[in-house]
Design a protein around this ligand. Structure first.
Ligand SMILES: N[C@@H](CCC[C@H](N)C(=O)O)C(=O)O
Length: 289
């Protein structure tokens, strides 16, 4: 990134999955992975699980083709600077920022992402944001998740980005999650994966922890909660496409709860909070690498 002027930023979170937000409507910032990692550093930077760059779709080569359907592109990066296809909590925070900045009105807002255009609904009363996340894809093949000497069978679920969902006896079984869990076979996830550990809380009610690719353990993951909902539904013998009936689950995460509905047409909808907590400018001298 080269910039002589202070760079505006905001900080926000969705169920405590927190993000540095960089408004860059004309796509002028040259954001390297190293710069993203510095901004997301919790001690030496602003701090965040990831970064949301807010760019007009027409101004970004990866989003130009979506500009007719979605004016804004969510350029999402993980805390280590890696690029990811999609971020469920991030897209809610992204539209909350657009609304707060007067760039969109409450109601329907389409957002371009690397996983395609996502349709969102911003409640008039400023409460939650609902996102149509697309249909879950369940690639065939057995997957195993390992932490130390323990292992669990897992379900491979793709929500635009990859997930391995393991049902465990107790969320503490996953241990400290200071390192990425092992996932086998390695070739099931050529670009790595997010890993979810899940327990039951009641009928259509589960709780989870997540280790995110590129960010470590986070307090919430929207795409992860959608993957968990679909995995729990299939385990429970619930398949809305076959049953002809929508199914709704509550997914508790360390940072809050998300309500996930899988519709009979396959669409997975997620509803949850989205909050902007601060805004300011980044010192250009500090940002210079
Ligand atoms: N926290 C996000 C997911 C962010 C991307 C993920 N770490 C990946 O690399 O796929 C969410 O809320 O979905």
């Amino acid at each position: 990134m080269t910039s002589a002027r202070p760079v505006p930023f905001l900080k926000g979170h969705g169920t405590e999955n927190d993000f540095v937000i960089l408004p860059d409507p004309d796509g002028l910032l040259d954001l390297s992975a190293e710069t993203v990692a510095r901004l997301c550093d919790r001690r030496a930077g602003i701090g965040g699980d990831g970064l949301l760059r807010v760019v007009r779709s027409a101004a970004h080569p990866e989003a130009r083709a979506m500009a007719g359907d979605a004016e804004w592109f969510m350029d999402y990066r993980n805390a280590d600077g890696s690029v990811a296809e999609m971020c469920g909590n991030g897209v809610r925070v992204f539209v909350r920022h657009l609304e707060r900045a007067g760039l969109v009105k409450p109601g329907e807002v389409a957002v371009a992402s690397r996983a395609g255009v996502k349709r969102t609904h911003l409640a008039e009363d400023g409460s939650g944001v609902t996102v149509s996340m697309g249909a879950a894809v369940l690639p065939a093949g057995d997957v195993t998740v390992r932490v130390g000497a323990r292992s669990w069978p897992a379900l491979h679920v793709n929500m635009g980005n990859p997930h391995a969902v393991a049902f465990v006896g107790d969320l503490a079984d996953a241990g400290g999650l200071l390192e990425a869990p092992g996932v086998e076979p390695a070739n099931a996830y050529p670009t790595g994966t997010n890993v979810e550990f899940v327990v039951d809380r009641g009928p259509r009610h589960v709780a989870m922890r997540v280790h995110e690719r590129g960010s470590g353990e986070t307090r919430s993951c929207g795409t992860g909660a959608c993957a968990v909902m679909v995995a729990a539904a299939r385990r429970d013998g619930v398949d809305p496409a076959a049953d002809g009936e929508d199914a709704t689950y509550t997914v508790d995460l360390p940072g809050g709860s998300l309500v996930i509905t899988e519709r009979a047409d396959g669409e997975v909808e997620m509803t949850g909070a989205a909050v902007i907590v601060a805004e300011g400018t980044v010192d250009p001298e500090w940002l210079r690498l």
